[in-house]
Design a protein around this ligand. Structure first.
Ligand SMILES: [Zn+2]
Length: 230
């Protein structure tokens, strides 16, 4: 008698089904999103013009941005926000890697000669979460030796921003960041520096960091990268 024809793959599918990285529905490909989730995402066209797009526009009159890129824009069903939630609170590193790959295809070599600065988290928050999502995003896209990990430190006393209007957010931000002079000295006067954040809404956090850096290095060329322009 012949043994039943059970393939190893069927066996694995039964006990360890492959699931969508966002909604957890069973899907047929590993480390990806199901059709339903991926069809809801709205990708930006910011790679067509890094110098002038909706993100550089947001900072108009505030900080002169050399280049800016955002990967996703808001969609009607909140899929991009779900994705960010997975990255921020669920340690979904597979999802970060997946997004990193699709970002790299769009960026090509655009930010290759720039320092990369992930927005720091409040140290208390980072300890609770176990990681800084902006740092993880940066690591999935850029080279290790581009990334500046301890250049900017967030002050411990920064209050939560929820519930603040745009103006109040700003004053709450002032002096919220400290710079590490030793690392700052390694950066050339005319170098390029790109801030990496998971989400940019009003832009007040990145603006506060740019302002601090500009005080010490007025000729730096600033750029911005974010996964979602909300
Ligand atoms: Zn899904």
């Amino acid at each position: 008698m012949k043994p039943p024809n059970i393939k190893a793959k069927d066996f694995l599918d039964y006990f360890f089904p492959i699931r969508c990285l966002v909604c957890q529905e069973i899907t047929n490909q590993e480390n990806t999103l199901c059709m339903k989730c991926s069809s809801k995402l709205k990708f930006s066209q910011a790679h067509l013009n890094f110098q002038e797009n909706e993100l550089t526009e947001l900072f108009h009159g505030r900080i002169r941005l050399d280049r800016a890129y955002f990967h996703l824009r808001n969609d009607s069903e909140g899929m991009a926000k779900k994705l960010i939630h997975q990255i921020k609170y669920n340690s979904n590193f597979e999802l970060i890697d997946l997004l990193g790959k699709s970002v790299k295809e769009k960026l090509k070599s655009e930010f290759d000669h720039s320092w990369i600065l992930p927005v720091p988290l409040n140290p208390k928050k980072e300890k609770q979460r176990g990681y800084n999502q902006s740092e993880k995003i940066a690591q999935s896209i850029f080279q290790k030796d581009q990334i500046l990990n301890n250049l900017v430190k967030r002050e411990l006393h920064t209050k939560s921003q929820t519930g603040f209007g745009k103006f109040q957010r700003w004053s709450n931000m002032e002096n919220a960041f400290q710079l590490n002079e030793e690392i700052l000295n390694e950066i050339g006067e005319n170098d390029s520096l790109t801030i990496v954040d998971d989400v940019v809404t009003t832009g007040s956090t990145v603006e506060a960091i740019f302002v601090e850096l500009k005080k010490c290095k007025p000729n730096l060329n600033f750029s911005l990268f974010t996964l979602l322009k909300a």
